[in-house]
Design a protein around this ligand. Sequence first.
Ligand SMILES: [Zn+2]
Length: 462
Amino acid sequence: MDLLHTQLSNIQRQLAFISTDPINWKLYVQAFSWTVTLFESYLVLRQYPLYSKTEPPTVLASHFNPEVFKKSQSYGKDKAIFALVSGLLKQCLDSALLQFGFYAWSWGASGRLLSSLGYGPEYEILQSIGFVFILFFLSSIPTLPLSIYGTFVLEEKHGFNKTTPSLFVIDLLKGWGLAFVLGSPFLAAFLYIFKWAGDRFVPWLMAFMISFQLIMVIVYPTVIQPMFNKLSPLAPGDLRNRIESLAKKLKFPLKYLYEIDGSKRSSHSNAYFFGLPWSKHIVIFDTLIQQSKSEEVEAVLAHELGHWYYLHPTKMMAVSQLHIFTILALFPAFLRAPPLLRSFDFPKDVAAQPPTIVAFLLFQMILTPLEAVVSIGMNAISRHFEYEADKFACELQDKLQSEDMKDMGDRLGRALIALHVKNLSTVWVDWLYSAYHHSHPTLTERLRGLESFQALREKKKL
Ligand SMILES: [Zn+2]
């Protein structure tokens, strides 16, 4: 532990200039965030012409009839324009808020609100919670029309929207309520640890974040998800038998097997698993069950269990812990830096003793470019995991010595194609766009992968 703290204080010494030098951080953040937004817009412009292609890639030609392909291209086109416009609008808004001192104003507003209730500035944690909620509400309201447009115009036009206006409002209110109920104690504990642990907050905060994630693993499926969706046990029958027997053969600790009414909001479809190491839940969208044959849904589950078999969620969590650790290790240099707050228009008295939440928020903005790089890396890891899980499904026949699984790769391929066709997903993808945005390989890449895994295992057998 002492070694850790020596290393951490070395980093702080290197970064000591932040607490003394008047750097124009606001300008940096403006420049950084515009660079990221313009880069993302450039990616959309690279991708856009591909939506004008009139034929699908040759491997997919037999699966897309011309009409479905045309539909998928026009859906992609509409989504691209929406992404471009909403990305730029959000950036203009963020940039204006930043320029005109919105963050400093929100801090002051929260302070005034609390003092009218009889709480002075010594209640920093309370003021921080108020601050975060003022920021959250005021900055989310202007983007609400975008989300309404996305659901009721864009998705509606292409036949995916199942949300009614009242469901939309209820979801929104539930989401806000939940953010408040979960967010406030989380934030309070987070800030309390800073105060309590002083300079040695890094390991404590890491332990806290990990515990929080583990608690969420239990709370999410049992409390939160049922607030939005109805989960019902998967009906007995062929599909249930297939999944239970697959789980048993792989020693997957399947505790609950649910069907979820994903179709309540949208007809996009999927399947996933989660839970503690000894007790797992599998959830399948009703739309997937309706769209695919049970042997194909089984193949999708075989892929999902591949993620479990190779510990992908655990590995992802380890990577994200490393990411959090890096952020926390750099943070102290920004924690007691009056010039940082001054450059974002905070008054002198607030900047003299920077509130932790304010410093953390500004620090997060400064990290924007780093975060963009991290997300590219995370996507690359995730795509690698997808291939691994596909390979797992192809090799199940050997792993389980089970002749009736020899076509698992084909079944998975068929299920993926069906999912793609039903979701009208894009089939032509620009490589740079994909590297930046996609956590999954494209359909063409995955089908090619499935073929080569199959060929590889046959070669091994000879
Ligand atoms: Zn996957």
